[in-house]
Design a protein around this ligand. Structure first.
Ligand code: COA
Length: 564
């Protein structure tokens, strides 16, 4: 079928639906919802058999949904309606939620139901839930609905609140009035529900040291205590605030925009507070090994099971600043010094990595210099992985990766990913040539022709397609917990197998042979020559593209690469 995806942004779920439908042989086009007339023109030109809206915050014009079947993905169970479904689910402590595929009609979210899938609500922020459990359920529901539509026999179920399985309700927009935290009376559980319902957007509006900020994040702290609402500690750019019965970590803050003032964006909390943060607030570090056995916030954690080490990293938005890269490199080196045979890299949930930290760069005094420092720190990390020859290194991707984040994964000996993962192995959309030794690792895996296609087309690649071209080695099924369980089983089998010694010897030889043909230092300096131009030369598009990304500037039209 010809399927047109209409979306407010080409976000993770839209990318996933795009890769899944293409993988099933459908012809898929994407149109960003940037105005009714643009949409009408695209529909006329594309002539879709079916229109699917995986993530849409505006209404489809009536003349389109009367002439075509339009399926809307709504992140709520049957009967749930309104623009803030997940916010309500998390803030009210729902244990189970759903995704429903509805046909567009005049009334929002009230159309006949084509499919509905339920999922357990994990204890995490809204965006993380969206990229994991919600996306998995949504893809199942969309594929079911598309098959039902293609079959031609299915009659969608009218919304009928008298049915026992229709338990949702119409709820209002979840405005800041519902999000406000009363630090003097609310316990940690209540504070965390509010923070998580607002993470990553729009954040909880609050005051710190006399200024208004949106609070982002929301993680438990097991030891630190203090006066409710007070900032009692910092750690790696995050702040810890006491509640009446505990404390919570807030990794990022965004200053509230003043009327008529410049737009603001999310930054590490201590950067956002700057000199407002009193000098007597202590930095309370935690080692990766301690973090693995405590209930506190840390971007890094490390543990061992048998002869396998697990270095987990979890960076908000998958973005890795200069200091985050350096901390990860230090933890990597420590792990390498351990008597383990295999090392698994990657977070237990969510993004693997999305490359250099564009917000931190934007907030720096000299963004070009900070870009340079950031890519240098990324390269140092990637180089350490590429040159590890005495252990088997496995990148385990539970969630998505993009740009330098994909190349970071490819530095390992094996790349395993969850079947739901979407990869964006390209840099061009950010106006960058790219580094992270991609000119070595990408063609090494997929060949020069495929590497050129991936970087030219700039399209997302689903896990199955990635495995078919050799971009990744293995694909594991299931949700995040099942995938990690599978990774643990397979990693320990590999680490304990009698073939491991032989593999490590072969790996060392291969590295030496590759080095003799072209040293890693040459790949690095060639890539960095391009990157230096991207960062420092006049007329390069990177700085503008980065600003558009950080400030969430809506493009004037659907980019050409999505037209299908
Ligand atoms: N730097 C800073 N923030 C980043 C980031 C980066 N490299 N990559 C993602 N983020 C942030 C996003 O701004 C977003 O923040 P929000 O939740 O506050 O809105 C969050 O992480 C999630 O990203 P989002 O774009 O909403 O997720 P997605 O799954 O829809 O799209 C990408 C994922 C990777 C396609 C998209 O985020 C992207 O293009 N990132 C930039 C990749 C890049 O060019 N890196 C630099 C070159 S190495």
């Amino acid at each position: 079928m010809r399927v047109l995806l209409v979306a407010s942004a080409f976000n993770s779920l839209t990318q996933r639906v795009h890769t899944e439908l293409r993988g099933r042989g459908h012809e898929v086009g994407v149109e960003l919802a940037l105005g009714d007339d643009l949409l009408r023109a695209r529909v006329t030109h594309f002539r879709p058999d079916l229109i699917v809206a995986p993530m849409l915050t505006t209404a489809i014009p009536e003349d389109i949904w009367t002439a075509h079947t339009v399926l809307i993905v709504h992140p709520g169970p049957k009967g749930d309606r309104g623009p803030s479904s997940l916010d309500w689910a998390i803030s009210t402590g729902a244990r189970e939620w759903g995704v429903t595929v509805l046909q567009a009609v005049a009334e929002m979210d009230a159309g006949p139901i084509w499919a509905s899938v339920r999922f357990p609500v994990a204890a995490c922020g809204k965006s993380e839930l969206y990229r994991n459990e919600v996306s998995d359920a949504a893809v199942t529901a969309v594929l079911l609905a598309v098959d039902r539509f293609a079959g031609g026999e299915f009659g969608p179920e009218p919304l009928d609140y008298s049915r026992p399985d229709v338990r949702g309700q119409l709820r209002p927009y979840h405005s800041q009035q519902y999000r406000r935290i009363d630090w003097d009376s609310e316990d940690t559980a209540s504070v965390l529900r509010k923070l998580r319902a607002a993470d990553s957007q729009p954040g909880v509006l609050d005051e710190l040291y006399g200024r208004e900020y949106f609070l982002h994040g929301g993680h438990h702290e097991d030891r630190l205590r203090g006066t409710p609402g007070a900032v009692v500690a910092t750690r790696d750019g995050a702040i810890c605030r006491a509640t009446v019965d505990g404390a919570v970590w807030l990794p990022q803050l965004r200053r509230r925009r003043k009327p008529g003032g410049p737009a603001t964006f999310k930054r590490p909390a201590t950067h956002a507070l700057g000199t407002d943060l009193p000098g007597d607030v202590p930095e309370v570090p935690v080692t990766p090994a301690e973090a693995a056995v405590r209930d506190t916030w840390s971007e890094l954690s490390y543990y061992e099971q048998g002869s396998v080490g697990y270095l987990e990293f979890a960076f908000a938005g998958g973005a890795m600043s200069t200091v985050q890269c350096r901390r990860l490199l230090a933890a990597y080196r420590q792990a390498c010094a351990r008597p383990i045979r295999a090392l698994v890299l990657g977070p237990a949930r969510d993004f693997f990595s999305n490359g250099i930290h564009l917000n931190v760069i934007e907030g720096a005094e000299d963004p070009a210099e900070e870009s340079w420092r950031n890519i240098t720190a990324m390269n140092d990390l990637v180089e350490a992985i590429l040159t590890t020859t005495d252990k088997l290194v496995i990148s385990a991707l539970t969630g998505n990766a993009a740009a330098g984040g994909v190349m970071l994964a490819l530095a390992a000996d094996e790349v395993w990913c969850r079947e739901s993962v979407v990869l964006n192995p390209h840099y061009r959309l950010m106006g960058l040539y790219g580094s992270e030794y991609w000119t070595y690792s990408l063609p090494r895996r997929v060949g020069a022709t495929e590497a050129a296609r991936l970087t030219r087309e700039t399209l997302p690649v689903g896990a199955g397609a990635a495995a078919a071209i050799g971009l990744v080695d293995r694909v594991g099924a299931g949700g995040t917990a099942e995938f990690r369980e599978w990774v643990r089983r397979e990693a320990s089998l590999l680490a304990d197998s009698p073939e491991l010694e032989g593999r490590l010897t072969a790996k060392k030889r291969q590295r030496e042979a590759d080095e003799a043909v072209k040293p890693l230092a040459d790949y690095r300096s060639e890539e960095l020559a391009h990157m230096r131009r991207n960062f420092f030369a006049e007329g390069e598009p990177y700085h503008q593209l980065r600003q558009n990304f950080v400030y969430n500037v809506v493009p004037p039209a659907t980019p050409a690469y999505l037209l299908g």
